[in-house]
Design a protein around this ligand. Structure first.
Ligand code: CO
Length: 218
């Protein structure tokens, strides 16, 4: 049975960790103090802790299809609130990835079921940056750019949550970053769209789009 395989792998992992560090689990069980909140895609190839080589306890994680942050998603908003107000994370990292199935599905014009409602957020992003996307030389580049733009929009959405507004008003230091992961070589790249204080949506969109344009030219 597949589940037995999973449980066996877990026992071996637990043994190997305890062998290296006998107190690991007893110490970790007392408290978690992650410095990062990771908001990423559910894609099995973009496993948060694994791709940055960090241990359990080091990253607080929220994942959903296509790493989307919407202002009515109580699940995601609760994760952000808990991470900022209780865990006091210093950095929130929105990580997208090239070849994201959610982004591709949003672009292919086909029906995929209920999920199309979720993917509508990506289509909304595509329409905001319609001109820039239309100017791309081919479909591959267009979908890569939409993966990047999707990260940008989610960075902006995190910045506009009441949790972040309140945190910055209190003087709490917390930054939001946008990263993009390449499935082809396992490398994470900083999109250089960090937000550390309140900004207008217009200001963020203009600045971040120019960063993406500059990166494409270099
Ligand atoms: Co994805």
């Amino acid at each position: 049975m597949k589940l037995d395989y999973l449980l066996e792998k877990n026992r071996r992992w637990s043994d190997s960790v305890k062998e290296r560090e006998p107190d690991f689990f007893t110490e970790l069980a007392k408290q978690q103090s992650p410095e990062f909140l990771w908001i990423g895609c559910s894609d099995s190839r973009v496993a948060a802790n694994t791709i940055v080589g960090l241990q359990p306890g080091e990253i607080f994680v929220h994942r959903n299809i296509a790493n989307i942050v919407t202002h009515t998603d109580m699940n995601c908003l609760s994760v952000i609130q808990f991470a900022v107000e209780v865990l006091k994370v210093k950095d929130i990292i929105v990580t997208g990835h090239y070849g994201c199935g959610g982004v591709l599905a949003a672009m292919d014009g086909a029906r995929h079921g209920m999920i199309d409602n979720w993917l509508r957020h990506i289509q909304d992003t595509a329409s905001v940056y319609e001109e820039f996307l239309a100017a791309q030389p081919d479909d591959q580049t267009r979908s890569d750019k939409l993966c990047e733009l999707n990260v940008i929009e989610q960075v902006i959405n995190v910045a506009e949550t009441t949790t972040l507004e309140d945190a910055w008003n209190r003087g709490q230091e917390v930054a939001i970053h946008g990263l993009i992961y390449d499935l082809g070589d396992g490398i994470l790249r900083d999109l250089d769209v960090t937000v550390e204080r309140p900004r207008t949506k217009r200001e963020m969109r203009q600045k971040f789009l120019s960063k993406i344009k500059m990166a494409a030219e270099s």
